[in-house]
Design a protein around this ligand. Sequence first.
Ligand code: G16
Length: 542
Amino acid sequence: MTVHSITTSPFADQRPGTSGLRKRTTVFQQTHYLENFVQALLDVASLPPDATLVVGGDGRFHNREATETIIRMAAGNGITHVIVGRAGLLSTPAASHLIRSGAHGGIILSASHNPGGPNGDFGIKYNTGNGGPAPESFTNEVAERARVIQQYTIADLPPFNLDDLGTQQIGPLRLEVVDPVSAYAALMESLFDFDAISGLFASGFRMRFDAMHAITGPYAVEILERRLGALSGTVINRVPLPDFGGGHPDPNLTYAHDLVEELFGSDAPDFGAASDGDGDRNMILGQRFFVTPSDSLAVLAANATLVPGYARGLAGVARSMPTSAAVDAVAESLGIPCFETPTGWKFFGNLLDAGRITLCGEESFGTGSDHVREKDGLWAVLFWLNIVAERGQTVEAIVREHWARFGRNYYTRYDYEGVPTEAANDVMAHLRAQFATLPGTVVASRRVRSADDFSYTDPVDGSVSENQGIRVLFDDDARIVFRLSGTGTEGATIRLYIESRETDATRLGMDTSVALAELVTTALSMSDLVGRTGRREPTVIT
Ligand code: G16
């Protein structure tokens, strides 16, 4: 094995965002671009010589080439054991599980829910030995390293085979190609009551799972159809494609349209679900009924003890700041702590590692637990199926009962994608300029309690993350939140999150857009968003 030191020069844009580095595929295809970033990751990770590294991705265009390059760089950097999913494929939660099963870290290739293909997006991130996304201190160091990088190290390896399971010894490198699904499927079997869920399917319960031509197809076919006996064909768009079939693999009401049409149609199945590009997001639907991700987290928390893996109860729960406070009400009633973190799964890691929380989730269709250190799409689906099997009720009935017991948090999110960065910053500056004057004023028939930039002090390591979104909080617990996305690749994306809390039993069944109309109008006028961006309508409403 010959090792080469290649001279390079830095790229100015290699600062990881909410979840790793995400850019246009063409950006990643530039000479040295991927290599520079991988070298920066490996330098900061500074793994011991006997380290095991997991490598895999969501199968999008450029996945295989990037996987091969990373394997050569790992060998060049003295790593002696690489575990890779067959064909370079691993869903994000499956990668997290493999890392936790004895590796020192892992490199995951994905731009998650962003479209793929030669004209789409590509991404890369590093997960530490706990299986979770590297913390901000790590990603900041990577950005600093990438900013000054002058060379990277890569080994010349003979051709290696990523398509057959087994171990290949290539000089000092032990390359282990593993089945991407089996360890993950076994983990799911250890958490959920597969007999109860199989019984549900055997009784005629009908489900549709939309894999959106992304990574979860093989996982969902194995678990839902083969192991749990769901009807063949339950999983649609099941073959992973490098460009996701031209679709946008984001499981929401806009992009999972095949599924939504069927679940809101006349012959709708009992249950619908979808996952995203890399398998960590989920959307849950009942018959003609949409469960908001914030409500989904709250329902899982309230029903957790029905599920074998969580029968012992929950240590605590956490949600990201923009996520609705629905789970807070459950935590209060259970007498367990509820943490509010910034957006980004990496902020849950310390709380999970310290055993302070068991479940966590985000409004952005992410839900997870201490079983891995990533959010987990199929896990959430199985959790719901287990609850449905135990309670013998429809999804809609479960959620309506939940609202009656805990109150309802009406919730919506407006996304304005591809806004010029200057205009987006201007909107945020305009809101900040009102921090001093807003408190005490009455808008949308509500009194503003406070207006600020959300700042988080990690209760485990004391690290502080500032400027994590602008919050306008009202006396009646309604909220308006603005933040700029950290996962987009074109200009800026403004996210506007609106929430109001209702406990009056006669007002729990309203249409969300009606319940929140006044707050939306207030948010738009307070921010002067239309005037400052020229955008009359959001790109997506969830
Ligand atoms: C990532 C993060 C999530 C975050 C989401 C949206 O998810 O892991 O924690 O909520 O991005 O982030 P933003 O609002 O900054 O775009 P994923 O599924 O894209 O990896």
